[in-house]
Design a protein around this ligand. Structure first.
Ligand code: MG
Length: 415
């Protein structure tokens, strides 16, 4: 059967106030279409323009079943490769083509990836709070829901909210999210001490450094956290300082997860081949979708490195489902980040009673039950899009502030 691409559409929607970018690919087969996630929340209009103005025209009339050929075509077409805008746009197309292939086969995607090696996917949830008591409440709330892996942070990622510089900053220091890296480091060590005192060792704990320390302080933190037996320490070393992972590895046995900012295979190849990390944590749309993620997962398996795909709120349910299909079929799966999309999360109260805006716009999101996410068995990704409803939640394109992290002297620090 010849399945040709007849239309490529980009849909922007923000059912929970976060900009989501979706690609829909229609074909010459009646009713056969695919959906994919191209979300780069903070550059959504740019990704849309790339898809509408350049990628769509390139794809019309091509074979929708030739996923690898189309991935390479898009990857190479602009000559320069692997930028985050381009990779997210390619991801939208790539996931949509896998969705179409699953629908053609009448199989959920995990079946096309080799079938299930586990019945459901264990996930970790993110807990923080303005005080230690607030953090404990959150941990207890998750434990009551059967969550076994919890990422604990002392007040966000160590900074406060966006606002004026603190009074001990120099005159004229601009607004930002002010961070005291060494204060954050000490608060984190004391937080884990108190968590283990209170909850014992029956809960798996994770912590995200979010690149907020100088590498030598990250090593100090990792060593200090060893007695608390973390499941992993996330992004302890900034992307640009990857060579420090050798040093960190040599000095601590704490399991290391790295890579939610990775764009390019050269950023992970050595880390995996030299076994400098334990978990690969890339954001699947950020590297170009399911096609490169499958290659990465299989590559990592050869070296005993497990997957912990990035699963934040700023990606669509299509991307969450893509993670779950990979997780179900991967022997080297570690854990999956799950960001609170179970109902009743964002509740709309109307004549139908309370319902969840995200799930209304994207019916079919895999379900979290007692610490595990279960796929649905619909063909393809298994997630649909209600375009009429999506249009009722328009995106906003204001200035991004959460990435404006600053040190006490007013200088910028990576978020
Ligand atoms: Mg992270």
């Amino acid at each position: 059967m010849s399945v040709k691409i007849t239309r490529v559409t980009t849909i922007l929607t923000a059912p929970v106030g976060i900009n989501l970018v979706v690609v829909r690919i229609d074909t010459n087969q009646p009713g056969l279409y695919g959906l994919g996630c191209a979300t780069f929340a903070y550059r959504a209009l740019t990704v849309k323009s790339l898809i509408d103005d350049y990628i769509g025209p390139l794809l019309i009339g091509r074979d929708a079943q030739a996923i690898e050929e189309i991935w390479q075509l898009l990857h190479q077409n602009a000559y320069w490769r692997n930028g985050p805008i381009e990779n997210n746009a390619i991801s939208g197309v790539d996931m949509a083509l896998w969705d179409i292939k699953g629908k053609l086969a009448n199989l959920p995607l995990y079946q096309l990836f080799g079938g299930k090696v586990r019945e459901a996917v264990p996930v970790y949830r993110h807990a923080d709070g303005s005080s230690f008591e607030a953090l404990c409440d959150k941990i207890e709330e998750f434990q009551a829901k059967g969550i076994t892996h919890i990422r604990c942070q002392a007040g966000g990622y160590g900074g406060g909210g966006y606002g004026p510089a603190p009074s001990d900053s120099p005159e004229g220091a601009p607004d930002g999210i002010y961070l005291d890296p060494r204060g954050y480091m000490r608060a984190t060590i004391s937080m884990f001490e108190k968590i283990r005192d209170r909850f014992g060792f029956d809960v798996e704990l994770i912590h995200d450094v979010h690149e907020r320390l100088h590498p030598v302080d990250a090593i100090k933190l990792a060593k200090a956290l060893e007695p608390f037996d973390l499941f992993f320490l996330e992004d302890a070393i900034p992307l640009e300082q990857g060579e420090w992972l050798r040093e960190l590895r040599a000095k601590t046995t704490i399991p290391l997860a790295q890579g939610e900012l990775f764009n390019h295979p050269l950023e992970w190849r050595q880390l995996i081949a030299e076994r400098l990390i334990d978990f690969i944590r890339v954001h699947v749309s950020q590297i170009g979708g399911l096609t490169p993620a499958r290659k990465l997962q299989i590559f990592a398996e050869q070296y005993g490195v497990r997957t912990a795909w990035h699963g934040p709120g700023d990606m669509s349910p299509l991307a969450h489902a893509a993670n779950i299909h990979l997780d179900l079929s991967a022997r080297n799966f570690g854990v999956q980040e799950w960001s609170g999309t179970e109902p009743p999360n964002v509740v709309i109260q109307d004549i139908k009673g309370p319902h969840n805006a995200l799930l209304d716009v994207f019916p079919g999101l895999p379900e979290l039950r007692k610490g595990f996410v279960y796929p649905n068995d619909r063909p393809g990704l298994g997630v649909d899009l209600d375009e009429k409803l999506a249009a009722k939640f328009p995106c906003e394109h204001g200035i991004t502030t959460w990435t404006q992290t600053r040190l006490r002297d007013g200088s910028l620090h990576t978020p």
